[in-house]
Write a protein that binds this ligand. Structure first.
Ligand SMILES: [Zn+2]
Length: 355
């Protein structure tokens, strides 16, 4: 720690992160469950929101740096939990050495490769220069050196050392095997931004369903399905007359009545068109677990084989993006086309990094 003329302590230097390519997604967030991550975010001072159910009895006292960016010192905004790594190139070990609260601009400056990909290089560069009191030329020279190191490291396969984390949480909460079999999407806020950005450039479709109930109902059916592409163009939309009546509980949610679907085609009649629209696609929904399951059950109920597709969940990604441990509902509309559009707006916002 250096001191300036006034004698007050200066912030530590903001440097960019040299995460090798192969370490992509080899982060703490990828090996712990959401509730553990929420607990860590609170404990290490990235959020004042203490999880209502804290699943960890942290053995060490709270860190002194709380609710304040480690690098630029900004307070009073949502902070990210930043993972600090040390790379031992001789022994090929990637060691976790710290978890620190950091603001979104410092986070962006730390991940210059990501900033570049989402078109925010200039902003990140300006912030890097400002925090370190560098001229833009100095900042640029620094980045060039950093990227040279990064390229050299990109070819190395590192072993992960998470002993730092084991000082704070039980090793039973660290799931290294998750790195080999990714179940659900995991990552940091910047990963979420990249996810959204890549999605918008792909031929992904955004889907939403309205149903006769929730998953606790074995014979739940889809009664409305919409699919749009990432440009917002409607690919498919239909209401269906269900096999069983729509219960009033479900009607309260989406407002679709039995009278409204009386003369609609059945799902069975539309199954060919649904399959044509969804089969083999990358499908994004807001709460993919639900839509995927309810669609599978509807196919089954009609004696049909379901579709195979890659499902991605915008709600899950949005939770990572916003650093919230809560279930985040998507607006109030609850009609399939409107919900698809709302999901697309959300993905566009995430791609731009807008909170
Ligand atoms: Zn900062």
């Amino acid at each position: 720690m250096t001191t300036n003329k006034g004698g007050t302590q200066q912030s530590p230097r903001l440097t960019i992160e040299l995460v090798p390519l192969r370490s992509w997604q080899r982060n703490v967030r990828a090996v712990v469950a959401q509730d553990t991550w929420d607990a860590l975010r609170w404990y290490f001072g990235a959020t004042e929101e203490r999880p209502r159910y804290l699943n960890i009895a942290f053995p060490l006292p709270l860190p002194t740096l709380r609710f304040k960016c480690k690098y630029c010192g900004v307070e009073g905004q949502t902070l990210h939990l930043h993972e600090e790594w040390r790379y031992d190139d001789n022994n090929k070990v990637q060691q976790l050495v710290g978890l620190r609260p950091i603001c979104s601009m410092c986070h962006l400056a730390k991940h210059m490769g990501c900033a570049n990909e989402i078109g925010r290089t200039d902003e990140a560069l300006a912030h890097l220069a400002k925090v370190n009191d560098w001229t833009s030329r100095e900042a640029m020279a620094y980045i060039k050196r950093a990227f040279a190191v990064w390229h050299a490291r990109a070819t190395i396969e590192y072993t992960l050392d998470l002993s730092y984390l084991e000082r704070y949480i039980p090793s039973t909460k660290i799931h290294l095997d998750w790195l080999d079999k990714p179940r659900t999407w995991v990552g940091t806020r910047l990963d979420a931004i990249l996810w959204a950005k890549r999605l918008l450039d792909s031929d992904t479709i955004i889907v939403d369903t309205e149903t006769t109930g929730l998953l606790d109902k074995a014979d739940v059916e889809v009664i409305e399905l919409a699919a749009i592409n990432t440009k917002g163009k409607l690919i498919y939309h239909s209401l269906y007359k269900p096999i069983h009546k729509i219960p009033s509980m479900a009607m309260k949610i989406h407002g679709i009545t039995n009278r409204e679907v009386k003369s609609c085609p059945t799902f069975f009649e539309q199954a060919g068109s649904v399959t044509a629209a969804l089969q083999g696609k990358i499908i994004v929904t807001y709460n993919a677990k639900f839509d995927r399951e309810v669609l599978a059950r509807t196919f089954k109920l009609n004696g049909l084989a379901g579709i195979s597709a890659r499902w991605e969940c915008a709600m899950h990604t949005f939770r990572v993006f916003s650093g919230s441990g809560k279930y985040l509902p998507l607006g109030r509309k609850h009609r399939a086309v409107e919900d698809c559009k709302a999901t697309l707006r959300l993905i566009r916002r995430m791609a731009k990094g807008i909170p």
